[in-house]
Ligand binder design. Structure first.
Ligand code: ATP
Ligand code: ATP
Ligand code: MG
Ligand code: MG
Ligand code: MG
Ligand code: MG
Length: 238
């Protein structure tokens, strides 16, 4: 049908591009993973199999686009991929970047599922994972560093809350509602104290992968480090 009189419909397509010479962040996030994690009975607050699966999927994506990616950072059901400001990947087209990243990630996640959940839990075709994706443009390195810091701080806040919440339920026998009420309005130091005194958990002794999330560098190495302290090192040369 090439060059037919119908071809004019192609003119309706728009090709939005990310501004040149600006950093690109593509963030994917699991759709309704609250329910997804319930359905597959993820261990709470952190199922290490699910985290390792997210990391392995993201690592394969980083390796596929290794010349374009500075680093990637993940926690829970999300991952952010930070691209060089001079990348020409897919001509910087927003629809291509968002759709291809999320579809490659999702393919990896499904393909690798059995490796991490082994035969304990099988994926059910009525409950397959979906991820959303967005592409955001950042003008300079300072904002990019703040972006990564924002996600890192979020990991800490969420993990401290979730560890305390599930500690109260699993170790102290509280109901979800009681745990929620107990934590309402508390500061970080209060949560640390509740965990220590009431649940017998020293938050400092929790695994780094839970407390710090996962940073994947250009080489595809997965690190669980203090992103804020390492921020200048991570972006050296970019
Ligand atoms: P949305 O579709 O708006 O993103 P959501 O249910 O996915 O909704 P999120 O804010 O993305 O909400 O939260 C993801 C949820 O997935 C967490 O709150 C947690 O319940 C669950 N989850 C993700 N990863 C893990 C994990 N490794 N172990 C246990 N639970 C997890
Ligand atoms: P782009 O990434 O730009 O889409 P492409 O290689 O996917 O590049 P398309 O114009 O989308 O290019 O064409 C898809 C190609 O895939 C076809 O030209 C054909 O070679 C191949 N293909 C797709 N479906 C089939 C099929 N069912 N049987 C054989 N070949 C197929
Ligand atoms: Mg969301
Ligand atoms: Mg989600
Ligand atoms: Mg999320
Ligand atoms: Mg094609």
């Amino acid at each position: 049908m090439a060059n037919s009189r119908f071809e004019y419909v192609k003119e309706f397509e728009t090709h939005m591009r990310v501004l040149p010479e600006t950093y690109i962040v593509i963030r994917i996030d699991g759709k309704n993973f609250h329910e997804f994690s319930d359905y597959y009975q993820f261990q709470k607050p952190n199922d290490i199999r699910a985290i390792n699966l997210m990391n392995a999927s993201a690592k394969n994506l980083v390796l596929k686009y290794k010349s374009e990616i500075i680093c990637a950072y993940g926690e829970s059901d999300e991952y952010s991929f930070i691209l060089r400001k001079d990348t020409q990947l897919y001509n910087r087209r927003i629809d291509k970047l968002t759709s291809l990243f999320v579809s490659y990630f999702t393919s990896q996640y499904i393909f690798l599922w059995d490796k991490f959940f082994e035969n304990e839990v099988k994926l059910d075709y009525k409950h397959l994972p979906m991820f959303d994706s967005r592409c955001v443009n950042y003008p300079n390195l300072d904002v990019i560093k703040d972006y990564l810091t924002w996600r890192f701080v979020d990991t800490h806040i969420n993990n401290l809350y979730n560890t305390a919440f599930w500690g109260l339920i699993l170790k102290c026998g509280m109901s979800n509602r009681e745990a929620q009420e107990k934590l309402s309005g508390t500061l970080s130091k209060d949560k640390n104290e509740i965990l220590f005194k009431e649940c017998g958990i020293n938050y400092n002794d929790e695994p780094e992968i839970f407390k710090k999330g996962s940073l994947i560098n250009k080489k595809g190495e997965i690190l669980h480090i203090d992103v804020v302290k390492s921020i200048n090192e991570i972006f050296k040369g970019f």
